[in-house]
Design a binder for this molecule. Sequence first.
Ligand code: PGA
Length: 254
Amino acid sequence: MREKIIAGNWKMNTSFDEASELTGEIVRRSESIDNVSIVLFPPATHFAGISQLLSSSRIEFGAQNVHWEDAGAYTGELSTSMLIAAGCRWVIAGHSERRQYFGETDRTVNMRAAKALEAGLRPIVCIGETLEEREAGNTFEVLKRQLSTGLKSLSLKGRGGLVIAYEPIWAIGTGKTATPEQAEEAHRFIRNCILETHGKSSASETVIQYGGSVNDKNASELLSRENIDGALVGGASLNADKFMSIIQASSQQS
Ligand code: PGA
C-alpha cells in the first residue's frame, strides 16, 4: 500500500505564537494517528521553535523552497545544509505561487528537487494547469511537460522519496476544488507518465497529493479516490480543527 501524506503549507502566514499554538494542537490531536504522515511547512523564521515542539512527535516539517547551490551570493535563498541543520526533512519545489510570482520554471524546479534528493530531503514537486490551459483542453499536455522537465534525471524511489502534488492553479486559494473525478483523472494521467519515464515500481509507489482548496468538507471524497494519496493543504491547514479533519479523513481510508 502507498504512503498517505497530509501536508500543511502555511505560506507567508502565522506569527510565531500562532504557529506554536497551531503546532501544539496538531501534535496533541494526532497522537493516536499512526497511518498517515503529517508534514508542516511553516515560515522559515519559525523553524527553531517548531523543531522543539515536534521533537517527540512523528510529525515532520520542511521548507517552502530550497536553493540548488551549497552556498554563495544568492540573497534570500536557503541551502539544503541550512535546512537540514534547522531540522527540516522536507521541501516544496515549484509551488505555483513561486512559478507565478518569482519566475520559477520547470528547469529550476528540477534543480531544486535534485539538490533536495541528493541532500536527503524529501521534495514535494508541485505541478498543475491554469484555468485557460484547462479550458483550452491542454491540461494533460501541460502536466506532461511539467513532469518531463521537472522530474528529469531524478530517481523516484517510491516509498520515502519524492512526492508529486497535483495542484490545478485555478483551485488554489479560490475555494473552487477540482471534482474528485477531475482530480482522479489527472492523478491517473500523472501515474501513467511516471510509468513511462520511471517504470512500474516508481509508478505504483510514488505518492501523488492533491492540492487546491482542500478542506474538512471535501477531503474524504477526494482522498477516497484510488490515485489520490494525500493532500497539500494551504488555507485549511491554518485552522487546527479543519486540518485535523483532513488528517482524520485520510486516516480512515483503507
Ligand atoms: P489552498 O492552497 O488549500 O489554500 O488552496 C493549496 C496550496 O497552495 O498548496
